[in-house]
Structure formats: structure tokens, C-alpha cells
Design a protein around this ligand. Sequence first.
Ligand code: ADP
Ligand code: MG
Length: 261
Amino acid sequence: MSERIDPVTGEPASISYVNVHKSFGTQHVLRGLNLAIPRGKITVIIGRSGTGKSVTIKHVMGLLRPDKGEIWVGNDNLATMRDRDLRTVRNRFGVVFQDAALFDSMNVLDNVAFPLREHSRLRDREVVAKVRGLLAQVGLAGAELKLPSQLSGGMRKRAGLARALVRDPEFVLYDEPTTGLDPILTAAMDKLIVDTQESRPGITSVVISHDMHAVLGIADKIAMLVDGVVAHEGTPEYFKNSKDPLVHQFLTGSLDGPMKV
Ligand SMILES: Nc1ncnc2c1ncn2[C@@H]1O[C@H](COP(=O)(O)OP(=O)(O)O)[C@@H](O)[C@H]1O
Ligand SMILES: [Mg+2]
């Protein structure tokens, strides 16, 4: 495929969705999704609960298959790939799940080390050194031996981020990384997302959020999902200045507007 350019940032698209459809039974969730994810940037996907944000990122990890359309990661179209090759593509992604998805019975160090111990040939001494370095980067130095149950919500998300980064992924996907955090922890997590992006040139970040206000400060590009398609995309400036009633309603969290509760 010839290289696509993201129209918002002008950067090459490291991921692109072309006319993607996905239904579950009679529920048509993705309805011709077109979206370019610019390389080396932070793209934020926003939209109301249940609009298909998580479904969108599950496709790019090969966890779901589209009914129709193409999903390009570099030169690979995931829609036509064999399962075995999909697993290889999945290794290029680090994912921070909403609930952090840590193993309850493992301490923080073992949780973060887990993907490396499973998939790399590093000596354990090297694994531990790497994990300690990452934990320091995410502000969890000293928490190595704590169990997930002994961590605050914000700390669990940081541990989830450290685990997502431990295999040096090209792509980091965050599914609602600040949901459930108070405003101060939300700001800290947002800063961590930006720091992670800036300290690893070349990585591509995709953040899912239902809070447009919170993402204006971190996004290079925002895509707004409505009814299974990208209804609006642009820079934070574009969204701030938009006169579109839908965008306005989303920005202000107003009950009045085209979106009904
Ligand atoms: N594996 C699945 N099986 C059936 N329905 C699903 C599945 N995954 C998601 N859905 C449905 O698709 C819609 C979009 O889900 P999701 O992408 O999780 O929404 P959100 O935008 O809140 O992340 C929801 O109505 C959800 O119930
Ligand atoms: Mg979701």
C-alpha cells in the first residue's frame, strides 16, 4: 500500500482504518470507520460510552476482526492476515487497560516483568533492572514489592503503563486511562502519557477517552466517534474553535444539543 498521510498532522499514518464495519449480532457498531493514526504522535479517540472506541482499538490489536474494510499497520492489512501473523503484530503494541488488569497475586515487579519473562531471553537480573528503571519512570520506585490490592487506583494505572512499556512497543494504546481518577491524578496521568511519548521518539500513542476537556491538552490529533464513524477530526485548536453543535455539546458536557441522553 502506498503510504497514507494523516490529514490532521501531516505525518505518515502508522495505522489506518479504511471503511471498517463491525457488527455484533444485529448491532452495527462500526459503520464505515475511516481513521489515520499519525506516527510519533498522540491521537485521542473520544466519543460517548458504547460508541465503539474500545472495539476500534481491539481491531488494531487483532483481538477483533472487521466484517468489512481494511486495517493497515505499516504494510500489513490485519483484515486478511492469518491468526499466527496477527499474534506477531500484537507484539508491537503495549496496552494500558481501563482496570489496569494486573495479576492480583503478583507483586508490582513481577506483574511488570511478566511479559518480558514470557517472551524474552533476558537474564532475570536484566529483567529486574529494566523493570526497576521503568517503575522509576512512572513514579513507582519503592513500590516493587507491593501487591495490586495495596496500591491506589492511580498507582495501579502506572503499574499497568509500566507493564505496557516493558517490551518497548511501537504503539501504546490507553483505554480510558484516567477514568475513575480524581482531577489531580488525572492531570498526573495525562502528564505521564505526554512524558512517555516524548521520551520515546517514534512511538505512536492512542488514547481513548470520553472526556474531551481532559484530552485537549495532550492530543496532537483528536477523532470524535459518533454512530460508528469519525464525525469530526482535528487538532485541539480545531475542536476548541468549532461551532459544530455536536462538538460544542461534547466539550461542555451539556444536556442540550444534538446528542440525546
Ligand atoms: N465482544 C462483543 N460482543 C458483543 N457486543 C460487543 C462486544 N464488544 C463490544 N460490544 C458492543 O459494542 C458497543 C461498543 O462497545 P465499546 O467499543 O466497548 O464502547 P466504548 O465506546 O464505550 O468503548 C457496545 O454496545 C458493546 O456492548
Ligand atoms: Mg471502552
